[in-house]
Design a protein around this ligand. Structure first.
Ligand code: FAD
Ligand code: DHB
Length: 392
């Protein structure tokens, strides 16, 4: 079966769904292809921190209703080290800015509902997606769906299929330059049915390793622990997780509340950028083309920022065949991407226990940096500006 669309979008994560909706609002049609089922995509627990720019865009797009009602607006975070907490007041340091805590899976649910309402195609459980003819003006997505072999002829393809997708690898050898760092640790993340133990996020430095206290709602706590990068989840029974969390977060007058663990998983920490973010008629966006370590809470925000630029470029092209914006897509995005890469790396090296730190040199440097951040207004402002997403 052969069909046609203006933009073929691979992946129904935040990047693909936001792009599809922005194009819809400008009267451009698209088909979104997703290899997982709807339930899986809507339940996948990942990011939680939205920058104001992301919140504003989702609201302008008309998908911010529940986000406005249920999102938790925070005006600061705590840095905890040597068993003491130090608040970084974002609002005071950035002229009133903050962040919103709202689960990525909730963003995805809202976007899927909005997509289905438009009546435009969103196909789940597609198999074997093959992007072809990227160097021609009629690129094609071939795939299987419901047992049928299908062909989708497009004007453009958007590769929004995440780090393990197929689009980046469809670019011929030698075109992309890849920059990569794998960190010698990962994060074990859990979701627990218990009220958060703090009103704000806590980024905790400890000799046993990093820990992070976050939340999803007044009844749901999200917690992370630094662990081995390839740690089998079976080696972390619930009791061991709580024991480790209590040890790392220990602070006088503060107690971590426990509750049933309803989700757990291990995520590796990686920095990755492939550039340029485009080849021929294929445009790569979000995790398909860059990964930041989660410590800076930037990945989802970057994915949304990419497709905002891409939607403007595509819209200009479809209205008068002007490709100026499309040609500068990669350049426009990469400045922001590398800035976020820098901040995420900085937060990561500041807060994690380095496994090769034999004589404790790195730990000493981390304490010195942490003391500087919490005692110098200039240093705290730098962290706050980066965290909330203010770019000069
Ligand atoms: P994805 O969300 O990965 O979406 C890609 C989609 O493509 C998926 O639905 C996938 O199933 C689909 N797909 C893959 N291959 C194919 C294929 N061959 N064919 C069709 N479909 C395919 N970011 C933040 O901004 N703030 C945070 O607080 C934060 N915390 C995080 C915590 C954790 C534990 C993790 C793991 C990540 C975190 N991130 C955070 C990062 C954020 O989750 C990602 O950057 C974000 O999901 C990127 O969105 P995306 O749409 O580019 O990719
Ligand atoms: C969350 C995730 C992050 O990576 C982060 O830096 C802060 C919060 C979260 O899932 O809530």
């Amino acid at each position: 079966m052969s069909e046609r669309t203006q933009v073929g979008i691979v992946g129904a994560g935040p990047a693909g769904l936001v792009l599809g909706h922005l194009l819809h609002l400008r009267g451009i049609d698209s088909v979104i292809l997703e290899d997982r089922d709807r339930d899986y995509v809507e339940k996948r627990v990942r990011a939680g921190v939205l920058e104001q720019g992301t919140v504003d865009l989702l609201t302008e797009m008309g998908v911010g209703g529940r986000l406005q009602r249920e999102g938790l607006v925070h005006h600061g975070v705590e840095l905890r080290f040597d068993r003491r907490g130090h608040r970084i007041p974002f609002d005071e340091l950035t002229g009133g800015c903050g962040i919103t805590i709202y689960g990525q899976q909730e963003v995805v649910k809202d976007l899927i509902a909005a997509r289905l309402e438009t009546g435009r195609p969103l196909l789940f459980e597609v198999d074997d997606v093959r992007p072809e003819g990227l160097d021609t003006d009629r690129p094609t997505l071939r795939f299987r769906h419901g047992g049928d072999e299908r062909e989708l002829r497009c004007d453009f393809i958007a590769g929004c299929d995440g780090f393990h997708g197929v689009c980046r690898d469809a670019v011929p050898d030698g075109v992309l330059t890849r920059h990569e760092r794998a960190y010698p640790f990962g994060w074990l993340g859990i979701l627990a049915e218990v009220a958060p133990s703090s009103e704000e996020l806590i980024y905790c430095h400890h000799d046993r390793g990093f820990a992070l206290h976050s939340m999803r709602s007044p009844e749901l706590t999200r917690l992370y622990l630094q662990c081995e990068p390839d740690e089998p989840i079976e080696s972390w029974p619930d009791e061991r997780i709580w024991e480790e969390l209590h040890a790392r977060f220990e602070s006088e007058g503060w107690a971590l509340k426990e509750g049933p663990i309803v989700e757990k998983g291990v995520t590796p920490m990686r920095s990755f950028v492939a550039e340029p973010m485009q080849h021929g008629r294929l445009f790569l966006a979000g995790d398909a083309v860059h990964i930041v370590p989660a410590t800076g809470a930037k990945g989802l925000n970057l994915a949304v920022a990419d497709v905002r630029v891409l939607a403007d470029g595509l819209s200009r092209w479809f209205s008068n065949q002007d490709d100026t914006l499309l040609r500068s897509y990669s350049e426009q995005c990469l400045g922001r991407v590398w800035h976020a890469q820098y901040f995420a790396w900085w937060m990561t090296q500041l807060l994690h226990r380095m496994p090769d730190d034999g004589d404790g040199f790195q730990t000493k440097l981390q304490r010195a940096q942490l003391s500087h951040v919490v005692s110098s207004r200039a240093a705290a402002t730098a962290l706050a500006e980066n965290y909330v997403g203010l770019r000069r």
